[in-house]
Structure formats: C-alpha cells, structure tokens
Design a protein around this ligand. Structure first.
Ligand SMILES: [Zn+2]
Length: 298
C-alpha cells in the first residue's frame, strides 16, 4: 500500500504562517489565548524530525511506502527555520535513512525565480526525489508563463507533479483559472502526469469529469477524506469505479492525525471496495502516476 500524500511533521520545515493558519482553523472562535495554546500544541506535535512516528504509523496501518510532499510556502507565508535548500536536503536524508519506505516530492514556487527551477532540477535528478509538489494558492496559476520551464522539465523527464486543488487558508489566494489551467498544461505537454490533491473530496463530480477527459494524464488523490461524513465517504469511494485507474490513496498526515485514528477509516474503505478497486486505489494507480508504467523504475 502506498500513501501518495504525507508531510514531514517537522516545524523547522513548515512556514510559521501555515502553522498559525492550521492552528487558527482548529480554534474557531476560541479567542487569541486559546489560539496561542493550540499553536504551541501543534508546534510540539511537529517534532517528528526523522519520521519515526510516521514510520510507526505506516507499520500500524499496513502502508509500505509514503511520499513526503514539500510545499514551498516560504515566499507566501514566511520562511521557516530551515532554508528551502536545507528542507530538501533534510527530506533527502530522511528518505535515504528509511530504506525505500519514504520518498519525497520537491517543492516549487515560481516567485523564487530561476533558483526554484534549479532546486527542482538538482533534486529530481537525485535518488529519493520522485516528483514535484505545487501549491498555487501561494500566488500563481498552473499555466503561468513562469511555470512553463518547470512543466517542460517534468514532461521531458517523466516527472510526476502533484498540485493542491480546492480550498486553502483564508490568508492565501484562490486559483482563478482552474480547471482550465490544468487542461491547458495537458494540451501543451501531452505526456505530463498530474495529480490533483483533494480533488475527489472537495469537488467529486467536477473532478471525475476532468479525469474522464484526460485518462492518460490526470489523477486525483483522496486526501482530506477525513472531512467527509460516512455517507459521503461511501459515495466518493463508489464513484472511484467511474475513473478506476486514476484515483490514489493519500492521508495528508500529519494534518488529520488529531482528528481520529486512520485504522477504522481504512477498514471502512476496505469494506466498501472490492479487492480489485482496493488494489488500484491503494497501490496500482500510485505506481502509474509515479512511474508511468505500473512498475517501479528504481
Ligand atoms: Zn497536504
């Protein structure tokens, strides 16, 4: 089983503005004193520097492999303690120490200029880095002119790209050109592989239509499924049959770690899906997205 969407729970790698935003969303009207306490608790939880807790959670849930996504929030939400280069170095070290259980996606924000692309080029050529993560609400559109060199690099080298989609922090922007922007990129780069984070959760019908139009290029993960009611989770899982080769399991850990154990939710997914559907959602579709072929290239 593969989890396509996790983050390293290490506060040194995460923008202070993002931590404050997540803590704020957990408080909901509790006042600034409560907000400060929640933010301290969240920071305390974000101390899994070597991914030991993540690896033990993976063991507990039968997850063989997870992809750590680096989201470059620095320019939009403030630089964290480690520089973007140090964050990549640290993720590479954690991936290497995991004996193949963890890999990572490089983070890219075009507002860093040429440095952003050279970071991506360097890391996507090294072991452990298997793709690129984008977060457009930081202030760009997928089909921005300044994104084109990145798409060309990924298309030329068969590198998969996972991009955030749907709601974000209130302090960030909304994408204006989605989903036309993603379709424009596929039109210009017909071999590209793109996964929409959260697509099957925030816009089930729209995402399915989009996936059906681009079967060789487009995927969606199911991360943030923790927000769905049991009924909506069931509908979402049953809808996977409409795009059986394009939906990928993702937990978004550690984001929902505190809202309940993953185990019972995985049990529920297994009880709803037939064995073939489970194999695709939990493993095979991630392989095709990552490597383009259905088998690992490493
Ligand atoms: Zn995430």
């Amino acid at each position: 089983m593969i989890d396509i969407h996790v983050h390293l729970a290490d506060a040194r790698c995460i923008s202070p503005g993002f931590i404050a935003g997540v803590a704020g969303s957990m408080v909901e009207g509790g006042g600034s004193a409560a907000g400060g306490n929640v933010e301290r608790a969240v920071r305390l939880y974000l101390s899994d520097r070597k991914a030991r807790r993540l690896l033990s959670q993976m063991d507990a849930h039968g997850i063989a492999r997870s992809i750590l996504l680096i989201a470059d929030f620095g320019p939009a939400l403030g630089e964290p303690a480690l520089s973007i280069e140090e964050i990549h170095e640290h993720h590479a070290a954690v991936a290497e120490a995991s004996g193949g259980r963890l890999a990572f996606f490089a983070g890219f924000d075009p507002s860093r200029g040429a440095a952003a692309l050279s970071t991506v080029k360097r890391w996507t050529a090294s072991p452990g880095c298997e793709g690129v993560k984008l977060y457009p609400p930081c202030g760009f559109e997928l089909d921005d002119e300044r994104m084109l060199p990145l798409w060309k690099h990924c298309s030329d080298n068969g590198i998969p790209v996972l991009t955030h989609s749907g709601a974000s922090l209130p302090t960030l922007r909304k994408e204006q050109r989605y989903p036309q922007s993603v379709e424009e990129i596929i039109r210009r780069f017909p071999d590209i592989r793109i996964a929409l984070a959260h697509g099957m959760v925030w816009d089930l019908d729209g995402t399915i239509k989009l996936l059906q139009r681009h079967p060789g290029n487009l995927y969606s993960d199911i991360s943030s499924f923790q927000l769905l009611s049991p009924h909506d989770l069931e509908i979402m899982l049953e809808s996977c049959a409409k795009v059986p080769n394009q939906v990928i399991f993702g937990s978004d850990a550690p984001l929902y770690d505190l809202s309940g154990n993953l185990g019972p939710k995985l049990e529920k997914m297994r009880s709803i899906l037939a064995p073939e559907g489970q194999a695709k959602l939990f493993e095979l579709n991630a392989q095709t997205f990552l490597y383009g072929t259905g088998t690992s290239t490493d």
